[in-house]
Design a protein around this ligand. Structure first.
Ligand SMILES: Cc1ncc(COP(=O)(O)O)c(C=O)c1O
Length: 388
């Protein structure tokens, strides 16, 4: 064992700090709790004024005409997919995303056609998507991964050329922008998640935005058993409604979200400076024209430059005081759940590479100078000890 390796906390050396840098800050503020209490005291727990307020405000902040809250981000995808796609359709979907983007296509009876990731950004590679179009391709679902918008112009041009429906999964991307515009304005529908750890976390929760009046009506019907009047059901639907306690927490957190998002962006800029001095670790690139919401700050390790795996590097960094996580350890086509859809589909080398090399570092609005001092020292210490 080299001296540098022996000094690592994971080998029994002294850690950079014993007070770990928080990975995220999911805690509610007093104001959020008080807003929830007001709803609880009102006795009106169903979707009501607070859900409507969240729809109006977050919809406007995302530049969308219509916004519909729902139970969670997975339901949001289902509510968007059902009116836009038919069973049997082939639908392009990123090989590099969270499972729900693709699994809800399967729930709709569609065939996921997995598209490789752009090697620079990790976002859906539009050029690769174009190569995978089949005579049955009717849609494209694209995830704004880690909070960074995809190449929306590229996706829209591809969709126009092939008459595809476009659904953007913005579960991680509240308040991100593309060419100066909120991301709720693009494509046919955009979906969001308010899961506890998301930038706007309410526990569970979700939303869909769209600009089409007819589609908004269909989504609202599907969300609530197709009900058009009391116990009159125009069509079959679900109960995918949000509740007003969740809506109140969402509205209260939304008051702080612009400032918190700016703080995330400032933290990302600081990471950029730290990482510029550490060869072999690169932040994932940002799509030209996009401003990320930095739900996660994800870097890629060039494993050929280190004598350890990503997981070993991540464990060593954690031991120094910098917790981290892997988003995600597998490309979607490598999930057993999708095995039966892969026949005839070409490989996804970039997504597979990302699964071996990515690591998310602490990212939230509360990262201080002291946190960055620990992060910088720990990253340098581990990289120097592990360097080939
Ligand atoms: C990209 C993406 N899509 C969809 C979802 C699903 O959202 P939810 O957990 O609210 O159902 C998530 C949440 O983790 C996500 O990150």
């Amino acid at each position: 064992m080299s001296t540098l390796t022996a000094q690592l906390a994971i080998s029994g050396g002294t850690p950079v700090t014993t007070a770990k840098v928080p990975f995220m800050l999911p805690a509610l503020a007093e104001a959020d709790i008080n807003s929830a209490i007001l709803v609880l005291k009102s006795g009106i727990l169903r979707a009501a004024k607070k859900c409507e307020e969240l729809e109006t405000r977050l919809g406007a902040m995302s530049n969308a005409k219509h916004a519909m809250t729902c139970a969670n981000g997975t339901c949001a995808l289902q509510l968007a997919y059902e009116p836009l796609l038919q069973p049997g359709d082939d639908v392009l979907v990123p090989a590099w995303s969270y499972i729900a983007t693709a699994s809800m296509l399967v729930a709709r009876g569609c065939n996921p056609i997995f598209v490789d990731a752009n090697p620079e950004t990790g976002q859906i590679d539009v050029a690769d998507a174009a190569k995978r179009i089949t005579p049955k391709t009717r849609g494209i679902a694209a995830t704004h991964m880690y909070g960074c918008p995809v190449d929306i112009d590229g996706v829209q041009a591809l969709a126009k050329a092939h008459n595809l429906k476009v659904i953007y999964d913005a579960a991680q991307a509240h308040l991100a922008t593309y060419k100066g515009t909120g991301i709720g304005a693009f494509g046919d529908a955009v979906t969001y998640s308010f899961y506890a750890t998301k930038n706007l976390g309410t526990g569970e929760g979700g939303m869909i935005t769209c600009n089409d009046d007819g589609l908004a009506r269909q989504i609202k019907l599907l969300r609530s058993h197709g009900e058009t009047d009391k116990y009159l059901h125009e069509q079959v639907g679900y109960n995918y409604r949000m509740n007003d306690v969740t809506g109140a927490i969402g509205c209260s957190r939304l008051d702080r979200l612009p400032a918190e998002t700016d703080a995330r962006r400032a933290a990302a800029a600081r990471y950029g400076k730290v990482l510029a001095g550490i060869p072999g670790i690169r932040p994932l690139g940002i799509t030209p024209g996009a401003v990320s919401a930095y739900h996660l700050y994800t870097v890629e390790l060039d494993v050929s430059q280190f004598k350890c795996t990503r997981d070993e590097f991540a464990a060593a960094l954690n031991a120094e005081g910098v917790p981290n996580a892997v988003h995600y350890p597998r490309a979607l086509p490598d999930q057993p759940a999708f095995a039966k859809f892969l026949k005839g589909q070409a490989a996804w080398p970039v997504a597979v590479r990302l699964a071996k090399g990515v690591m998310s570092l602490p990212m939230h609005h509360g990262l201080s100078d002291a946190h960055f001092a620990v992060i910088e020292e720990s990253m340098n210490k581990v990289a120097a000890a592990m360097r080939r």
